[in-house]
Design a protein around this ligand. Structure first.
Ligand code: IMP
Ligand code: MG
Length: 180
């Protein structure tokens, strides 16, 4: 897809290499027992499918829908569960798979909900992290890439639902982003 507003920040090949490393590390960290991945829709499903296939062990997969953004580019603070899990987390090792941690508002809310379900352990894997933007402290155990405070799209990340299916992670240049 060629779009003059997009500048490649992390090329597809680099993303795939990093996800392979993450899969190997997470596999080492959970050598035994059931491991439940929770994919946060919609953005993380691209990361989830590659991460799950990079794992050296069996994993369970379920999905949760959370809405914070609409078409806008900053978190409103209002977080809503739009699709809940099909399974119980009690006594289970859980890894939340997220596309990006920005303000941390979404994830801190989500972690509170999930902790109430009494998992055996609860950790987060995020493909991207923008540490400069953090407003709420959230522990992210596995981070693919730390990136500067720029709005990115591709590899699952959207701007007003567009650009999710790009292979690369790209910066959406300011001209088109300014109206949000
Ligand atoms: P937070 O609650 O501010 O941490 O925002 C988390 C959610 O905001 C992510 O799951 C994304 O859906 C969205 N988001 C944050 N930063 C970006 C970005 O740079 N591009 C696209 N979506 C983003
Ligand atoms: Mg998201």
């Amino acid at each position: 897809m060629i779009d003059p507003k997009l500048r490649v920040l992390i090329p597809a090949q680099r993303i795939q290499e990093r996800i392979r490393e993450m899969g190997e590390q997470i596999s080492r960290d959970y050598p035994t027992g059931d491991l439940q991945f929770i994919c946060i829709l919609k953005g993380a499903c691209f990361f989830l499918t590659d991460l799950a296939r990079a794992m050296k062990r069996d994993v369970f997969v379920d999905f949760m829908g959370i809405s914070t953004y609409g078409g806008r580019k900053t978190s409103s603070g209002a977080v809503r569960v739009t699709k809940d899990l099909d399974i119980s987390l009690e006594g289970v090792d859980v890894l939340v798979v997220e596309d990006i941690v920005d303000s941390g508002i979404t994830l801190s809310y989500l972690m509170r909900i999930l902790e109430q379900r009494k998992p055996r352990s609860l950790r987060v894997a995020a493909l991207l992290d923008k540490p400069e933007r953090r407003q709420r402290p959230v522990p992210v155990t596995y981070v693919g890439f730390q990136i500067p405070d720029q709005f990115v799209v591709g590899f699952g990340l959207d701007y007003a639902e567009r650009y999710r299916n790009l292979d690369d992670i790209c910066v959406l240049e300011a001209e088109s982003a300014a109206s949000a």
